[in-house]
Design a protein around this ligand. Structure first.
Ligand code: PLP
Length: 505
């Protein structure tokens, strides 16, 4: 048998597939099979629609074909080696857990508590597992994403200071390599944001923090390891410094994949933290929502948690608003199906398994880093000490060839993989951020590194060819200008018809 080539051939499917609403034909139907024995539900007059919703009318095969075609025009875990979504922690989401999620798909969020005791028990157990993993006292599973959990945390920080007569605290401190949703949420909540730059080692600078803290400090909101993959070993000193001026410390633990079972937010003194269940705990991302976030807090902040929370009471589980709750962050209880998936994932692994996940993720990252740094023109600013991800730079390659990092990422997609560069501001020149997680094998990592080495080689040989990529993709370069123009955004079919079909439809 011929050995597998280091770089495999790939060609994405191309379908001229319309939007599903454009495929609708009056009278077409799929098959709806009611559950055997399911009681007929008579809806009260007050909740009945006056007109049927304008859903697309489709037969089942047409629906299947439509979505399968769209999925073929995509890259994703089932098709490609997704290590190029650094800081998004794209790990394997076990199919068996989808089965558990499906099992509760027919529940309605307005069902009476007594009819969903099993789900509420999963919430209660999940809360206590995340409390143990983070060291926090209570956890809310309501947020629908990491940013929603960060917003819940800043809302609790504001409410806590106001309740203690400290409402004048109007500054939040963060670091440039903490995820930008920390700064964005603090700003949205009305705070002035102070951003610390790294020191010469790429670490958040404690002297800069010392200069920034004071009576106006409401909180420190920090990611660790940061989005560079660098862990701040002096994190407890940061927390102590903020506490010494009466501020709170809030830990963005969305990058927890390399530290599970090794360090805990509360042990470093943090008052609040959050996890992205759709990253660390394997559930699907789903475009920032419905994903699933979890906010954890110390005893002192527990009365401010978003509500309702699940509590055990007289042998049953009930929903309750904490005494000084900041209210709702998301409708109902959160993204229950993802919470069930994450619960199943943690239960399958157990405590030791979680630690193995972290160790494997760090090992994979360091192995991949070793391979990437052998490619001429690639570097990792601030050295090799990384946990579960790394932000690299093509600065040298770019200076020598004129090819930019984004162009290399697009050309890599011609081989069935891709990468994300970095958040603005591009502090690392010509950046690219890789996070292999525990899900990928050595062969996967070798293949990924071989693709980047191949593209870097192409850039030296024929820069214009790389700049002209992609060649094997469904779409050529995506025009990003519409992303900055609210007049072009079409989050719904109705908006699409209004804005792009000139009122037709
Ligand atoms: C460290 C960190 N914090 C927060 C977030 C925001 O999470 P979300 O995209 O679910 O809003 C992310 C996103 O991946 C992240 O990497």
């Amino acid at each position: 048998m011929a050995p597998k080539p280091p770089v495999r051939r790939f060609h994405q499917a191309r379908w001229d597939e319309p939007i599903i609403f454009e495929l609708s034909q009056p009278g077409r139907r799929g098959v709806a099979v009611p559950e055997p024995g399911a009681p007929a539900v008579e809806l009260p007059e007050s909740v009945r629609r006056e007109r049927a919703p304008k859903l697309p009318e489709m037969s089942q095969p047409h629906v299947l074909r439509h979505y399968l075609r769209l999925s073929q025009e995509n890259l994703g875990f089932d098709l490609n080696i997704d290590v190029g979504q650094g800081t998004c922690t794209m790990k394997y989401s076990p199919k068996v857990n989808d089965g558990f999620a499906k099992a509760i798909a027919d529940l309605h969020p307005r069902q009476p508590e007594d009819s969903v005791q099993g789900v509420l028990e999963i919430y209660a157990r999940m809360e206590s597992m995340l409390a143990e993993i983070s060291g926090m006292s209570r956890v809310s599973l309501q947020p629908g994403s990491g940013s929603a959990a960060i917003y819940a945390n800043i809302a609790m920080i504001r409410a806590y200071h106001a309740a203690n007569g400290e409402g004048h605290r109007d500054q939040v401190i963060t670091t440039i390599f903490s995820h930008p949703s920390n700064a964005a949420c603090a700003k949205t909540a009305g705070y002035e944001v102070i951003t610390l730059m790294p020191n010469a080692d790429g670490q958040p600078d404690i002297e800069a923090l010392r200069a920034a803290v004071g009576p106006r400090t409401a909180a420190l909101m920090i990611t660790n390891p940061e989005d560079t993959g660098i862990f701040n070993p002096r994190i407890k000193e940061f927390v102590d410094l903020v506490h010494s001026v009466g501020g709170l410390a809030c830990y963005d633990q969305a990058n927890a994949n390399g530290i599970l079972g090794i360090t805990r937010a509360r042990d470093a003194g943090f008052d609040l933290c959050h996890f992205n269940l759709h990253k660390t705990f394997s559930t699907p991302h789903m475009c920032g929502g419905p994903a699933a976030g979890a906010s954890g807090v110390s005893e002192a902040l527990a009365p401010f948690l978003p509500g309702p929370v699940v509590e055990a009471h007289d042998g049953r589980f009930i929903l309750k608003y904490p005494e000084k709750s900041v209210g709702k962050i998301r409708p109902f209880l959160g993204v229950t199906q993802n919470i069930v998936r994450a619960y199943a994932w943690i239960m399958a692994l157990g405590g030791d398994g979680l630690r193995t996940v972290a160790e494997t993720a760090a090992l994979n990252n360091n192995y991949l880093m070793h391979k990437i740094l052998q490619i001429p023109g690639a570097s990792a600013p601030w050295g090799r000490r990384r946990i579960e991800q790394a932000r690299y730079s093509w600065q040298q390659l770019s200076e020598e060839t004129g090819v930019h990092s984004e162009e290399i990422g697009v050309r890599a997609a011609d081989f069935g993989v891709h990468y994300w560069t970095s958040h603005h501001p591009y502090l690392v020149p010509e950046p690219f951020t890789l996070e292999p997680t525990e899900s990928y094998s050595k062969e996967d990592l070798d293949e990924y590194a071989a693709i980047l080495a191949h593209v870097a080689e192409e850039a030296r040989r024929d820069p214009e060819f790389v700049k002209g990529a992609p060649y094997n993709q469904t779409v050529h370069k995506i025009d990003m200008t519409s992303l900055d123009d609210p007049d072009q955004w079409a989050p719904t079919w109705r908006a699409y018809v209004r804005k792009h079909l000139s009122g037709k439809g």
